[in-house]
Write a protein that binds this ligand. Structure first.
Ligand SMILES: NC(=O)c1ccc[n+]([C@@H]2O[C@H](COP(=O)([O-])OP(=O)(O)OC[C@H]3O[C@@H](n4cnc5c(N)ncnc54)[C@H](OP(=O)(O)O)[C@@H]3O)[C@@H](O)[C@H]2O)c1
Length: 178
């Protein structure tokens, strides 16, 4: 049986900043286009703050939105499936219900950290910029190995995988415990 994967996808400044809580830090049409292409048909796990900042559900994808407010209801679903998850266990159940789709963690800072222990792969746009902002991507340590790098003007598309299989085991436990 192949190991399940959860890929965190983010555009990250050289200083680790991913957001300022207000708007977009950069305008990179190639990054938008690639994000849409690679995540299409998949499941996007995200925080309620990120869901709101996107202005609603992204078409062609299932959204799993983390909130502590069980009464929260998503706006602007555009007819897409949006699952409200009030815990990591609920995220596991939502992913297990979509076992045939690719699983993505789409942020933001709180949710990347919340799911870090079960994140097996990274798909980063490493932007050559030092934006000001309080929201950051988790720091990468020696458990991550770069597996590809595609340089563009001002940014690189970079993928990583975990050197140790611990995260895959933790993700399997989370999504098997349904
Ligand atoms: N550059 C990028 O690639 C990228 C990607 C994504 C986001 N961003 C940026 O990141 C920023 C948002 O990040 P953020 O860290 O502020 O927020 P976030 O991670 O998007 O969402 C935080 C929210 O998630 C919910 N949550 C967190 N932990 C939870 C738990 N244990 N159980 C249940 N719900 C939980 C809470 O929602 P409630 O408050 O409803 O309880 C919390 O307020 C924005 O500026 C956005 O633009 C950037």
């Amino acid at each position: 049986m192949t190991d399940p994967t959860l890929t965190a996808i983010a555009a990250v400044g050289t200083n680790g900043v991913i957001g300022d809580g207000r708007g977009l830090l950069w305008h990179l049409p190639e990054d938008f286009a690639r994000f849409k292409r690679v995540t299409m048909g998949g499941v996007l796990v995200m925080g309620r703050t990120t869901y709101d900042s996107l202005g609603g559900a992204l078409r062609g994808r299932v959204s799993v939105v983390l909130t502590r407010n069980a009464g929260w209801r998503p706006a602007r679903t555009h007819g897409c499936e949006v699952v409200v998850a009030t815990s990591v266990a609920a995220v596991g159940r939502a992913l297990a219900a979509h076992a045939d789709q690719r699983w993505w963690c789409a942020g933001g800072g709180e949710v990347y950290r919340l799911l870090w222990a079960v994140t097996t792969h990274l798909d980063l746009t490493e932007v050559q910029a030092h934006p000001t902002g309080a929201v950051t991507f988790p720091a990468l340590d020696e458990t991550w190995r770069e597996t590809s790098r595609d340089p563009w003007a001002g940014f690189d598309f970079v993928t990583y995988e975990r050197v140790r299989p611990t995260a895959a085991g933790a993700l399997r436990s989370l999504t098997d415990a349904v």
